[in-house]
Design a protein around this ligand. Structure first.
Ligand code: FRU
Length: 446
């Protein structure tokens, strides 16, 4: 199947391979979403930072290349990182990656821009501290207590995932402060860490534990996922103090390397790479024949409600709503859907059972006996595959479908299931069954 049908409201590269979101920031009134990019091919052999910008987080411009690997310390890849603003200047932090004879070296690097277009790289790089391997990458920087802090994803020389901490007063000179967090649950390496406060009492540490079964660079059985811990940053002890185990950030098939930032409305917004594909799924992803692969998830606002993390679609998406259709019957077949649409389902107070199919059966949602099951048809195997969650109560659903993505927000963002999903037929038929008496289903074509 050749796939020429780009998504309409997800960030997707014009060509090549996109992975992690990087350097998310609102700078001089504009949102900047950088990302990992191989602009030459649909594989991981080259990495630079590409860029999308927006004033409303829904309509995007694509200036393209922002930072390229052109120095000794970053010649084999401008890897993931973050951005902050200081005195009207944009500072970006990324990992410069080199590989000589299959030996990896990492340095955390700095580049500065006054206009968000031209980036001047600083010569110095932060070296990997003792006790950690060269799997040391993905710096995330923030300001607190009158200082700048940086956490970096790491692997100890004992082969355990960890997060290192650095401090700076000027964003240029950084001092190692020790291990911010480590635990065997971080597996053998922790990629793309992020940490932020949601209330005065609640800090969230997001982590991507990566299981490595061999110390070889070409470990073929890598596996990883994105999770979070609830806890507190202890700035005196310079540690993250967890109050929970690692919880899943997203229950779907495709969500990895999330990053967050705060905008001028005080919202904490998170975006992720919409892929956790296997190598085979990536190579056979229907878009690769058209010369591009992967996209980012929709940005989501993070909130703390009833002692839980909520991920809520941004208000801004409401501007995409065009035709509205409303249904209140117990069962219905809805035929006139466009390729991009939103469904808002109010299940009344709560419902014991509910069944939904989307995109002419390509995706389904079933809720019965306290179990929620969401499926897609895998483009490699052609078979239905399922993700499930024990859920005491289901009372609302908000679902966003783009040409090849589906994001299910359950109970006002209590849980989210994100996935890529490719329909051969362009039928977008929706069916549902067993809607309760007080329930309603609203479909908006985009
Ligand atoms: C996560 C990751 C990061 C790294 C980047 C390279 O997907 O492996 O750890 O910086 O991708 O593209």
């Amino acid at each position: 199947m050749k796939w020429n049908d780009k998504n309409s409201f997800h960030i997707e590269p014009v060509q090549g391979l996109l992975n992690d979101p990087n350097g998310l920031i609102q700078f001089k009134g504009k949102y900047y979403f950088f990302h990992q990019w191989n602009r030459f091919d649909t594989d991981h052999t080259y990495k630079e930072w590409g860029l999308f910008t927006s004033t409303d987080l829904v309509n995007w411009e694509n200036p393209g290349t922002a930072i390229v690997p052109d120095q000794k310390e970053d010649k084999d890849g401008i890897y993931s990182g973050s951005a902050v603003e200081k005195a009207g200047m944009l500072y970006v932090f990324y990992t410069g990656n080199t590989k000589e004879n299959n030996v990896r070296k990492s340095a955390q690097k700095i580049a500065i821009s006054s206009d968000g277009k031209t980036f001047v790289k600083k010569n110095q790089g932060i070296k990997t501290p003792e006790g950690f391997t060269e799997h040391h990458r993905d710096p995330k920087v923030w300001q607190s207590q009158g200082k700048w802090w940086m956490i970096v994803g790491a692997q100890t020389t004992q082969n355990v995932g960890a997060i290192t901490l650095f401090v700076s007063l000027d964003l240029l000179h950084w001092e190692f402060q020790g291990t911010f967090y480590t635990d065997s649950a971080l597996e053998q390496m922790c990629e793309c860490p992020d940490v932020f406060s949601l209330t005065n009492d609640v800090d969230i540490l997001t982590v991507c534990p990566q299981r490595r079964t061999s110390i070889e660079e070409n470990d073929l059985s890598l596996s990883s996922y994105a999770g979070y811990l609830i806890g507190k940053i202890d700035y005196k002890k310079k540690k993250f103090v967890p109050e929970s185990d690692i919880l899943l950030l997203d229950y779907g098939f495709d969500f990895y390397a999330p990053q967050s930032f705060e905008d001028d409305k005080g919202r904490r917004i998170m975006v992720a790479w919409m892929s956790r594909m296997s190598e085979l799924e990536e190579a056979q992803c229907p878009t690769t024949k058209s010369g591009y692969v992967h996209c980012l998830t929709m940005p989501r606002e993070l909130k703390w409600l009833n002692n839980q993390l909520r991920q809520v679609p941004l208000e801004e998406y409401k501007q995409l709503r065009k035709e509205e259709q409303k249904y209140t019957s117990a069962n219905a077949v809805i035929k006139n859907c466009q390729k991009a649409y939103e469904i808002l389902i109010d299940l009344g107070d709560s419902t014991p059972t509910f069944y939904l199919t989307l995109n002419a059966g390509m995706n389904s949602l079933e809720y019965k006996k306290g179990l929620l099951q969401i499926s897609r048809i895998n483009w490699v195997s052609g078979k239905k595959e399922m993700k499930e969650l024990a859920l005491e109560e289901l009372h609302s659903l908000q679902i966003f479908c783009d040409n090849s993505t589906v994001e299910f927000f359950i109970n006002e963002g209590q849980y989210v299931f994100s996935m890529r999903s490719f329909c051969d037929s362009f039928s977008r038929e929706i069916t549902y069954q067993e809607l309760g008496k007080k329930g309603s289903v609203v479909v908006y074509n985009y």
